[in-house]
Write a protein that binds this ligand. Structure first.
Ligand SMILES: [Zn+2]
Length: 115
């Protein structure tokens, strides 16, 4: 099985395949708004963790403004697109040459990675 993403490894758990993602979230504040974005190389597992977290916050905080109500749909669509790309990645595996134990040890607890 060859994948174009095999050369990249997840910056959280160092497993592959991984891909570079850019996720955004939007915070509406009636007249003001704020964009938060994150870019990094992650495996399917960690990528989905990050996109879910971003979507959850966007769905809660993204609607509170006149322009925000419109912009938020685009932000959500973009993040869903990233999520569907991540779902196409294979199950992350330790890179050849990396002892499996070491890779597992290096993986943070869920929720700890982005504290
Ligand atoms: Zn990972």
């Amino acid at each position: 099985m060859t994948s174009p993403h095999l050369a990249l490894s997840c910056q959280v758990c160092h497993r592959a395949p991984a891909m570079e993602i850019h996720v955004r979230r939007h915070v509406g504040m009636v007249l003001l708004m704020r964009f938060v974005s994150w870019r990094g190389v992650v495996c399917r597992e960690h990528g989905l963790m990050i996109t879910k977290e971003f979507l959850k916050k966007t769905l809660a905080q993204g609607w509170w403004g006149y322009l925000s109500f419109v912009i938020n749909w685009f932000v959500i669509a973009k993040d869903l697109m990233v999520q569907s790309k991540l779902k196409k990645l294979d199950e992350p595996q330790p890179l050849p040459g990396t002892p499996a134990d070491e890779a597992i040890e290096a993986a943070p607890e869920p929720g700890q990675a982005f504290a």
